[in-house]
Design a protein around this ligand. Structure first.
Ligand code: SAM
Length: 364
């Protein structure tokens, strides 16, 4: 499934294409997609395929196509502070993007059938938290994944504001999914080859809307013998943050706004004036022939050429017969990614251990 938009060269390129094709329509969804590189969820050696609008499967690891994720993220209508449940959470790519929008006062849970996939998702999440600058540009609700069959969730589990199911749902499984929702909540899932958005409008009323024709692998079902009990899945508890954690969130929030960050990762690109690379004006000796009287005489004539770009400059240096002349042609503006929050924290007159705490012990 997928292939609706042209392939990108990198993550930003892919997002540009998804935006142009109207799959991404809101700024917060765009920022979440830009903040997380889809290639980081691919196995080493497969990354090249990450920026194509195609689903990817390798063993138990399975990612849906970018155009599907865009529609899903838009249809979920995410807001800060909401609770989210991802059924078939896979690599955690979608859950991590959701976490950037719902922020630290949200709830972010995922259920995945395969233990190895949950381990993979935890590794990827750890990598994101430790190494990505996006972590400091957004307020994040860390996803918590559990292993289990999402069709066997304990009946006394809490309900969620938003639910997504990443595998095909049959008509008779629809009611089971709908009760996982709070009143007013939104459920997005592929039901019989239609990506469907269901809004719970009351205790026993729902409204349904088809979004897109899709093709998903169906939810795996457990084959059990007669009388064999299901392995009930207990969802993670909804925990209250500690006072220490809350303080860290508010200190970071205050510092971010002082630094001009807006929580959507927009002001981390700084315009920097830099001396423009020198343009070389080179004189090249060209062997040519001139007529003197009626005779052709070989001559060396000097020609002038202007060159731009590093590659060409390197080549020029190798050409020994050239005479080079350099001149400075002023400043140009370049865009530089900066971590404003980190800079703010590092400049505080605080003990190093406290700075490290405020930075979530991130070294980058
Ligand atoms: C298309 S993938 C979803 C990928 C995910 N959205 C991501 O961001 O990586 C579907 C996932 O559903 C899982 N799955 C299928 N049936 C399941 C079930 N009954 N319970 C839990 N997970 C299931 C699969 O193992 C697979 O990881």
């Amino acid at each position: 499934m997928g292939g609706a938009v042209s392939a990108g060269e990198d993550n930003d390129d892919l997002i540009d294409n998804l935006k142009e094709a109207q799959y991404i329509r809101t700024e917060k969804v765009e920022q979440a997609f830009r903040a997380i590189d889809r290639g980081d969820y691919y196995l080493d050696g497969y990354r090249d395929g990450a920026y194509k609008d195609l689903a990817w499967k390798h063993g138990n690891i399975h990612l849906s196509a970018p155009c599907i994720y865009s529609e899903v993220m838009e249809a979920l209508k995410l807001q800060p502070g909401l609770s989210f449940l991802n059924l078939g959470s896979g690599t955690g790519y979608l859950s991590t993007m959701v976490g950037l929008i719902i922020g630290p006062f949200g709830v972010n849970h995922g259920v995945e059938l395969h233990k190895d996939v949950v381990e993979y998702a935890r590794e990827k999440l750890d990598e994101f938290i430790k190494t990505s600058d996006s972590f400091d540009r957004f307020e994040f609700c860390e996803p918590v994944f559990v292993v289990g069959n999402c069709l066997e969730i304990s009946t006394d589990s809490h309900q969620y504001d938003r639910v997504y199911c990443g595998a095909g749902v049959q008509k008779e499984q629809e009611d089971y999914m709908k009760v996982l929702l709070k009143v007013g909540g939104i459920l997005v899932m592929p039901v019989e080859d239609q990506l469907t958005q269901i809004t719970r409008t009351g205790q026993s009323t729902w409204e349904s809307k088809n979004i897109l024709a899709v093709s998903f692998a169906p939810l795996a079902q457990q084959n059990r013998g007669d009388g064999e009990k299901p392995d009930i899945v207990y969802l993670p508890p909804v925990t209250v943050r500690s006072l220490q954690d809350l303080s860290r969130i508010y200190i970071r929030r205050t510092l971010s706004s002082l630094a001009g960050e807006d929580g959507l990762g927009r002001s981390s690109v700084q315009r920097v004036l830099q001396k423009r690379k020198r343009r070389r004006c080179r004189r090249r000796r060209i062997n040519t022939y001139v007529f003197v009287g009626n005779q052709l005489i070989p001559q060396t004539v000097e020609s002038e050429e202007e060159e731009h770009g590093e590659e060409e400059l390197k080549q020029q240096q190798q050409e020994e017969e050239e005479e080079e002349e350099e001149r400075d042609i002023g400043d140009i503006e370049i865009l530089k990614q900066v971590n404003l929050l980190r800079d703010q924290i590092m400049s505080l007159p605080l003990p190093e251990s406290l700075k490290a705490y405020l930075l979530y012990y991130r070294e980058k």
